[in-house]
Design a protein around this ligand. Sequence first.
Ligand SMILES: NC(=O)c1ccc[n+]([C@@H]2O[C@H](COP(=O)([O-])OP(=O)(O)OC[C@H]3O[C@@H](n4cnc5c(N)ncnc54)[C@H](OP(=O)(O)O)[C@@H]3O)[C@@H](O)[C@H]2O)c1
Length: 278
Amino acid sequence: MSRLLVIGASGTVGSELARQLQSAGHEVRRATSRPPGSPDQVQLDLSSRQGLAQALAGTDAAFVLAPPGHVRQDLLINPVVDEARNQGLKKLVLMSAMGADADDNAPLRQAELHLERSGLAWNVIRPNWFMQNFHTFWLHGILSQGKIMLPTGQAKGSFIDARDIAAVAAQLLTRHDVDNRAFDLTGSEALDHDEVAAVLSRVTGRTITYQDIPPQALLDGLLQAGLPADYAGFLVTILGYFKAGHAERTTDAVQTLTGRAPRSLLQYAQDHRDAWLE
Ligand SMILES: NC(=O)c1ccc[n+]([C@@H]2O[C@H](COP(=O)([O-])OP(=O)(O)OC[C@H]3O[C@@H](n4cnc5c(N)ncnc54)[C@H](OP(=O)(O)O)[C@@H]3O)[C@@H](O)[C@H]2O)c1
């Protein structure tokens, strides 16, 4: 049994990670930036660093991510790395993003490098685009217009189910045979958004289609939805990398680290069918 801190524990990956760790018998501390509502929660604000030392105190290992909405991910993550080192944690697992290592000057890569050079035992996981985006970020267009609207052309992505990311993170937090390595995490096949729309249509019985839109149209929509301008621009930029084919690659990391094949998009869609039927 290990004592483990999960940062982002109310989020898509973190909630599933905390659940998996608890059912494996570990003692899990769930960080939230909001006032805690249960005894296993601890308040931690990565922006102000308030609660950081207390959140890490007495833990063996921690999972950290940069909450969406921030483009200087290094400013949020580096203090966690430093505090974990000061407190002598046995391991820190950072969730980054596939492609983050393409540019050493990018803030997320800077955070990866800070961890790699920290002297802590570490793992970095770099997931591809989440399947879960189709019932979170892109849900509104699907419900209101029956459309996935993105500036990604006919490029394919090897979308990954967040539950598989959590399963990998759970492994890495509690074992040491693959310390100090980074893993790109993907699903087992690459699909374009027409193929995604066809799967969602088949599962829901609704007609859901894909519409390729100009980057500016997405930017306008994100700004209208209230996203900070710098983060909206960042999202449009990384969707440009998708369109250029950089999200297409598949890896065998989920299979190798968990012993199970990644979930398919069909499986994901069946498990979340109700989300598109409201
Ligand atoms: N979506 C994708 O396709 C994709 C692909 C690759 C990588 N990623 C990476 O995945 C990460 C997001 O993961 P996710 O989707 O699982 O997260 P999420 O569902 O958006 O949840 C974010 C979490 O961060 C917490 N949080 C927000 N502000 C905070 C603050 N100031 N201090 C501490 N905690 C804070 C939130 O909890 P409270 O509200 O309780 O504080 C929440 O649990 C990002 O780093 C993104 O780059 C995403």
